[in-house]
Design a binder for this molecule. Sequence first.
Ligand SMILES: NC(=O)c1ccc[n+]([C@@H]2O[C@H](COP(=O)([O-])OP(=O)(O)OC[C@H]3O[C@@H](n4cnc5c(N)ncnc54)[C@H](OP(=O)(O)O)[C@@H]3O)[C@@H](O)[C@H]2O)c1
Length: 443
Amino acid sequence: MQKILDAILAGDLASLGTLPVPESYRGVTVRADEVEMFADRAHADKDPRESLHVDEVPTPELGPGEALVAVMASAINYNTVWTSIFEPMDTFGFLRRYGKTSPLAKRHDQPYHVVGSDLAGVVLRTGPGVNAWQPGDEVVAHCLNVELEHPDGHNDTMLDPEQRIWGFETNFGGLAELALVKSNQLMPKPAHLSWEEAACPGLVNSTAYRQLVSRNGAGMKQGDTVLIWGASGGLGSYATQFALNGGATPVCVVSSQEKADICRKMGAELIIDRNAEGYRFWKDENNQDPKEWKRFGARIRELTGGDDPDIVFEHPGKETFGASVYVARKGGTIVTCASTSGFMHQYDNRYLWMNLKNIIGSHFANYREAWEANRLVAKGKIHPTLSGVYPMEETGQAAYDVHRNTHQGKVGVLCLAPEEGLGVRNPELREQHLSAINRFRGV
Ligand SMILES: NC(=O)c1ccc[n+]([C@@H]2O[C@H](COP(=O)([O-])OP(=O)(O)OC[C@H]3O[C@@H](n4cnc5c(N)ncnc54)[C@H](OP(=O)(O)O)[C@@H]3O)[C@@H](O)[C@H]2O)c1
């Protein structure tokens, strides 16, 4: 592994195809024999620092259409939090089911799960049938793992029945020294970014792009008012940038002044601090409080000069969904990709049907959408929202920060990269955008 790293650090990328691939590597895992470890604990007390390990695991055999990547850096996504606390179920069920689909997929069914759905690194090997990528290519990987043997996926690969999220529903993820991906997950690494900066947008940037911008999602247009929950978080920090770039007006919801300040730094002007304003959408466990929806809606109108949101960018789920449906404008769209606070949503359907609103489900992104989202990063039009970086050994702490919602934007992880700041190939472009690239740093 050291020889591979030395070659990458020396810029000797041409030699990578000839250097031997190690038989094993270090990766961040959860273990199948530990899935019950938090059985008697409340959600908030389940601690990723106890369940995420750095283990030496065998390097998987490379199959057709695949690539083995030396991972320089990765990032924490909320799916790694879910994996590490074994909620809503442990991920070994995904690996078992995938393993049953083919002899090649059987490799994924292991008593350990190497997690992680983002990476920036260098291609080491490609399998039979891969022509578009070569050893030595500097890449990022999006997390759509798709088989495409069925007709359903051929208009939109997210609709393939064998669609999985790499490093969550498949093994050999990106929080590791090596990762196994399908070659159609690869995209060029933005040249003006360091490894850890390049690794952090992937999953959330692509998801926010489909959810908000793509015609498969809300199809945002200039002039739209967009209510964005968690506007300084992983998804929200990209949704806010897309709204501003696309001529829309974001109304950013956050939970502290610090987070409000970051939204202002991104260029947003309309911000709601949900903590300071004390919204309580639920009176008790079973009943919501429509008066609070109204108070929230009135506040949005006060900020926008009377406009209701054309689009509500949803992901908190149970806690906010009733309010989201209520505040969307007549004919407006609530677009959802998650349910962090609970997946059994309750809303007053009268506001939906009488006002001809739409609810759209959105999940990750197809290759084209992920490519478009990455292209915007590479052009310096969308910027990484990296706030802090941990070494791979401290991935548990990084995931803990995200679980406790004490982080901002994205939290990065160094895998093979020995330090931050390496891998920049276009310093001129970087210089033009330096303050935007560093906007979230150390907040
Ligand atoms: N379907 C997909 O493809 C996909 C892709 C990415 C993520 N996700 C899911 O989307 C969710 C968010 O991911 P993320 O990366 O953005 O996470 P994140 O970095 O933790 O950001 C989420 C933000 O939502 C806000 N929030 C959390 N709980 C809330 C609540 N009860 N009410 C209102 N706001 C709340 C928080 O902001 P404030 O505290 O500042 O309000 C938080 O910063 C997760 O459940 C994740 O699994 C799904």
